[in-house]
Structures are given as structure tokens and as C-alpha cells.
Ligand binder design. Sequence first.
Ligand code: CDP
Length: 241
Amino acid sequence: MSSTRRRRPIVAIDGPAASGKSTTARAVADALGFQHIDSGALYRAVTLIALELPEPPERWRAEELVTRARALGVSLARSSAAGALEVMVQGRSVGERLRGDAVTREVSRVAALGPVRDFVNGLIRAAAPDGGVVLDGRDIGTAVFPDAEVKVFLVADPEERARRRLAERGSTPDAMGVRAEADALVRRDERDASRDVAPLVRAPDAVLLDTTALSFEQQVRAIVDLARQRAPSLDRTGGGG
Ligand code: CDP
């Protein structure tokens, strides 16, 4: 059932686009003294470097993308000894460049490619060999760490997700803008849910958390409480790490 090697617990937070996974996961990791890994940022990094190719996205080939990602050093690393794990390209943190429109438009296409998923999962597993990590994505609880002690599937109404995403970008959302953003999020969810490899789906043992009417603090607390229930060792090992 589980490996014989003892490791610290793993918290998997999956769910659709803009459901607040990454910010929530980071806060949960801080509360537990764990590392945070944003798996979506790795798919975004591979997409960012794919966009520099001369070929249009329909002609991108999985093996070529992986070779390029390796050559350019797409990786997870800390920029300082005490820092958080960040996505690096050529030894530099890529941060906000991952959130651009062109990347967001093409990332689901890149994430549907099996060899790209194998590459990303290799980086994730290598960065968390002993657990003690909170990961967010689409397939963490189903495919990457199916034996995670704590699994949460985070959902929220599409319009609420759209409002949050627009507010995050600093725009003042009007009704039409919210509608358009919600449509784009739902289309991306459909692509992620209908792909053959590791589709977006709730793991049978994941706790469904609808955050539509929750404040950020409430959703973080709900997951931290769940983690302490599911992994009682956290009270001894968590904190400060
Ligand atoms: O922040 P947002 O919810 O918009 O997306 P993200 O978490 O940055 O993920 C971007 C895209 O990467 C998703 O739409 C998926 O296509 C892909 N992804 C994935 O396939 N598997 C993961 N574990 C994480 C992300």
C-alpha cells in the first residue's frame, strides 16, 4: 500500500483553473512548515520556452519540447538557502513571466503531452524525496502522489474564480469581463479534464472543498485542520521546517 521508506506527509491540492490552489497551497505549506511546489508553474515554464520556437503550437512535438526544457535547465530550485522552491530557467527564476496570456492560452496543449508530464513529474518527485511538501495541480492526488496522506479537490463557481483571477491581475472586473474570463477558465478545465493522460479529475479519496463562499483564511484553515487530522504526526514534525 505505501512504501516501506518513512517520509513526512504529503498534501495534494488539485482542482480547476483559478480555484486558488497556488496561493492556498503556499499558505498551508507555511502553516505546516512544509515546502510548496506549484506543478502548474512547471507546465507554464515548458510552455514559455515552447513559445520561442519558430513552429506554430499545432506543430510542437513533445520530445522536442522536453529536449529543449532539459537544455535550458527548466528546474525547481531555491534562489536562496532558506527560500521557497521556484521554477528556474537557465538558472534564473521566471516568476511572473509564467502568468502571461500567451502561456495561459497554450499551456493545456503542452500539459496534454505524455513526455512533458513525465519530465515535470520527474522534477517534482526529485524535489520532494522525503515528503513534507504541499503540492498543487490537476493530478497530484491521482497520478503524481496517489499515496498522499491529505488530498483536497478545490472548486469554486466559475464566475467567482474569474472575479478572483481578474482582481489578482489588478483589473476592476465588469460583468462582461467576468463572463469572458469565466468562459476561458471553463474551456481550459474542459481541455484538462478530457485529455488522455492524467486528466483533471477528483481522486475518490480527495476531500471536496468548495471555496465560493469562503474567505482565503477560512480555506487555508480548513486544509490545515484536515492535514492535522489525517496526519497526526504533523503535530510532532510540522512547524519551522
Ligand atoms: O493557476 P491556474 O489554475 O490558472 O493554472 P496552473 O495551476 O498554473 O496550471 C496551468 C495549466 O497547467 C493547467 O491548465 C493544466 O493544463 C496544466 N497542469 C497540469 O496539467 N497538471 C498539473 N498538475 C498542473 C497544471
